[in-house]
Ligand binder design. Structure first.
Ligand code: PRT
Ligand code: ZN
Length: 299
């Protein structure tokens, strides 16, 4: 039995977003036993219940206020929003945080052998897609005629099978298009996974918990981008060293036993430190450079 005082968060049960969603919750300190194959998993250390479903169901669960939060791709959210608008159904949602995974784009692609001289080349083409509403919106805004049909899988083989002239599908690396002799000609929507909430009134206690979760997510994301750097730098080159390390303006500087010309510097850099930067540091006389990952951050 679901308890209304507990926060309900929907995430994909199995698929491209499930591993990263689970990892994010774990890094945020939400302990859940995902081993049991059940629809609802209960966190034992926080008042949060996880509802595990197909990704396509998550926007509806949010918009119909069945769950408080969801982790889902913006592409799925926007497609459902457009569908529900046409059906005059409740279609509101709030994106609380973009999560930096599940990054992809919804693109139009045509066979390599076909000429492409701009968007009007797609006039009257028959397009296979799993995203009819986003596709329709894109053509409507540009006032171009086209035909489409829905395929919920194997969209990329439709042209070679003689079913369609073009496809509108998700692309991340582009390898699937290439393997099927297709070329990407228009990006119609850019997407990533996001934390989404139902709009409107939320109980005070739940709001506090949601804010806590967002702060932790931001801490995890910031930590992912940041590095802890330790090095020994010549005392005369401190400014040059600092200027090479972005976001590390306030290092801790301490003396090195038995050294007068060098100091130890510890700092958090807001960016990945590339080999090129390490080589430039070395050229300045810096030694003992250590770049360490950070697990969590709170400012
Ligand atoms: O079972 P369920 O309904 O939950 O899952 P699903 O099969 O509908 O979705 P799933 O798990 O495949 O994808 C979930 C979400 O991941 C999508 O809605 C996107 O938000 C996101 N995502 C990110 C992707 C991709 N990248 C992606 N590359 N979803 C699908 N693809 C597919 C694409 O359709 C194509 O077949 O991967 C292929 C292209 O990949 P590349 O790397 O070859 O370009
Ligand atoms: Zn799906």
């Amino acid at each position: 039995m679901l308890n209304n005082n507990r926060l309900r968060l929907a995430m994909q049960k199995s698929g491209r977003l499930s591993k990263d969603s689970k990892k994010l919750l774990s890094l945020c300190g939400v302990n859940i036993d995902f081993k049991k194959q059940q629809l609802i998993s209960f966190s034992e250390n926080m008042p949060i219940d996880i509802v595990r479903v197909r990704d396509d169901d998550i926007p509806g669960l949010i918009m119909d206020k069945v769950v408080d939060l969801g982790i889902v791709g913006e592409n799925v959210l926007e497609e459902e929003l457009l569908r529900r608008k046409i059906e005059c159904k409740e279609s509101l949602y709030n994106i609380l945080q973009r999560l930096d995974f599940g990054i992809c784009r919804l693109s139009l692609a045509i066979p390599n052998s076909k000429q492409y001289s701009g968007f009007s080349s797609l006039k009257n083409m028959r397009i296979a897609t799993s995203y009819p509403y986003l596709l329709q919106q894109y053509f409507d805004i540009r006032k171009l005629q086209f035909r489409f049909f829905i395929l919920n899988g194997s969209v990329e083989v439709a042209p070679s099978a003689g079913l369609s002239d073009a496809i509108c599908d998700l692309v991340s690396t582009g390898a699937t298009l290439e393997a099927n002799g297709l070329k990407e000609v228009e990006v119609i929507y850019s997407s990533q996974a996001c934390l989404v909430a139902q709009p409107g009134y939320i109980m005070h206690a739940k709001k506090i918990l949601i804010n806590k979760l967002i702060n932790r997510i931001q801490g995890v994301m910031k930590a992912r981008e940041s590095k802890y750097i330790m090095l020994h730098a010549p005392s005369s080159k401190l400014q040059e060293v600092i200027s090479l390390l972005h976001g590390a303006e306030h290092p801790t500087i301490s003396r090195l036993a038995g050294e007068t010309d060098k100091v130890a510097m510890h700092m958090v850099s807001s960016e990945t430190v590339f080999w090129e930067t390490m080589e430039k540091l070395k050229a300045l006389g810096v030694s003992a450079i250590l770049v360490l990952p950070i697990e969590k951050m709170m400012e």
